[in-house]
Design a protein around this ligand. Sequence first.
Ligand code: 13P
Length: 235
Amino acid sequence: MLIVLNHKMNLTKEEVVAYEKIIREKTYDDTLVVCPSIAYLPYFQGENYKLGSQIVSQYDGGSHTGEVSAKQLRSLNVSHCLVGHSETRKDHNETELELNKKIKVLLKNGIIPILCIGETQEERDQNKAEDVLTRDLRNCLRELSKEEISKVIVAYEPIWAIGSGNVPSNETIEQTVSMIKTFIEEQYQESVKVLYGGSINKHNYTILKTIFNVDGFLIGGFGLDVQGIQEMLEI
Ligand code: 13P
């Protein structure tokens, strides 16, 4: 299982230092990826977990104030990077073309992109989820080679489940993950790992873990509770 913790824009330096001290002391059966705020990447250099970034620039480098390049992330031992999280799509008006460029620049620098996709409540109610998700996959993964596709991880995060306490049924998650995997196999003759994300906590984790085709989880709010995460990883 791959467990990705997205800290979003939370924690102070002191809190981060204390958090990291706790996670670096354990060994994990699952692969743990921590995505702190980029300001704190240098504080997460332990060897028993992996480091993820929440953002990356679509550009290689140069005059782009406020951006961070894939090459710079790589120099800080970043191995994974979130791409197209619904919050960055909204806050930065990211287009699918930009996300496609970000995926390419990450792969060029040896970083695994975690492409986040998800439908709104309205789109699900109108039975448009499949169309929305496959259009997004097609555009974000444009012109990638088979080898590159095989390195990409997809995170299914329904927008209506993020931070809301609402989690889709296991059946809905299983069907959607299966649809995503089948689409990619048909389009690119490659298989990818698919994670689920949205309102995961200590209690529903044991239920979600029984979904056979999910390869891991992308966790937001609950990931800030370092003790809770340790307990979850011991289950
Ligand atoms: P929550 O787990 O807080 O719902 O956030 C999910 C998320 O956005 C992870 O990227």
